[in-house]
Ligand binder design. Structure first.
Ligand SMILES: Cc1cc2nc3c(=O)[nH]c(=O)nc-3n(C[C@H](O)[C@H](O)[C@H](O)COP(=O)(O)OP(=O)(O)OC[C@H]3O[C@@H](n4cnc5c(N)ncnc54)[C@H](O)[C@@H]3O)c2cc1C
Length: 302
């Protein structure tokens, strides 16, 4: 953890910075790969962890920009198989300013998306001690739930699990507003078609689904496919990982609370009985107060 810190940052070199969102996507994302060889990060990161980027310049208070974290989407051996190159999908933050509607550009994401192969970038990390694969990955089955760039850790985790010949059953559910926003979609479809133990499901919230269902969020996809998911979830082997947009866990926990038999629900989430009578009205505050996740649930939202 934190072999490189903002005060003692390392210097990586951009290897690739290619657009990885579809031409018609509603935003822009880039597969950003950086060579960390010669820094303490080389060979010293785990799938599920993040690394930091220090953008140059100062903020509105004249202080150096703070570090921003990016989930590593590479397997633990890196993109290159030698732990020298790690990658992340970076989404450009472009918006209108909340206050005056002027153009709002996120500092680090736009800095990174504008870099070219060969450019230097200040890096920190690795960060994250909990959103990791278990010590004995072959003893588990996995339900991976993602929205947006939350797909990043699963790309690496799936490669790690499959490389170790784990017999684990893996179901990945990826949520996005439009089908064109699904990151690494081709790669994940290929992976699922090549490995019978991998299932790749999507939940598109602003379009009908290719399988005939209407618009849906990740929680709705769990409900639609609950028969096949029940085997994975109602088993001593089951683990649930949730990664992506802050707040996504509400719909997912609501769906699980409605779908899972009480005994199994308790093994994933500890929910005060009173809260179970009013699942539909859960908000972030209610979740914090009434719902605790157990060691079978891993959450990384931002
Ligand atoms: C563990 C972790 C992993 C992450 N992994 C990834 C990843 O894999 N890929 C990825 O792209 N990002 C990831 N992020 C998010 C990333 O760290 C940055 O927060 C993101 O890239 C935005 O940074 P920025 O410097 O571009 O934007 P900033 O300059 O930091 O601007 C964003 C901030 O400005 C404010 N803001 C946003 N929109 C507006 C607006 N319209 N008007 C006014 N204020 C606004 C918000 O407070 C927001 O926090 C991760 C974050 C965490 C904590």
């Amino acid at each position: 953890m934190n072999l490189l810190t903002p005060k003692r940052a390392g210097v990586g070199r951009v290897v690739t910075n290619d657009i990885c969102s579809a031409a018609k996507a509603s935003g822009f994302a880039r597969h950003f790969a950086v060579d960390v060889s010669g820094t303490p990060l080389e060979g010293n990161f785990l799938v599920g962890q993040s690394f930091g980027v220090l953008p140059p310049g100062v903020d509105e208070k004249g202080k150096p920009h703070k570090v921003r974290l990016y989930s590593i989407c590479s397997p633990s051996i890196g993109e290159d198989g030698e732990g020298k190159i790690l990658a992340t999908p970076v989404k450009r933050v472009i918006d209108e300013h909340y206050d005056d509607h002027s153009l709002f550009l996120g500092v680090a994401s736009n800095y990174m998306c504008d870099l070219h192969p060969g450019d230097e970038v200040k890096i920190t990390g690795p960060s994250g001690r909990r959103f990791l694969l278990p010590a004995q990955p072959e003893h588990h089955d996995y339900l991976f739930l993602a929205t947006g760039t939350g797909i990043a850790p699963y790309r690496g985790m799936m490669r790690d699990l499959l490389a170790h010949d784990a017999q684990a059953n893996i179901t990945l559910v990826m949520g996005s507003p439009y089908a064109t926003d699904l990151l690494y979609d081709d790669e994940l479809r290929r992976l699922a078609s090549e490995h019978p133990n991998v299932r790749y499901l999507t939940a598109i919230s602003r379009e009908a689904q290719a399988d005939g269902h209407g618009r849906m969020y990740v929680g709705d996809r769990l409900a639609a496919n609950i028969e096949e998911l029940m085997r994975l979830l109602c088993s001593e082997r089951g683990l649930i990982y949730v990664c992506g947009i802050e707040g996504m866990e509400i719909g997912i926990y609501q769906a699980l609370a409605k779908l899972l038999p009480r005994e199994w629900l308790g093994r994933y989430l500890q929910i005060e009985p009173a809260a179970l009578t009013d699942i539909d009205s859960w908000d972030r505050r209610a979740l914090r107060t009434h719902v605790k996740h157990t060691s079978r649930v891993f959450l990384e939202v931002y």
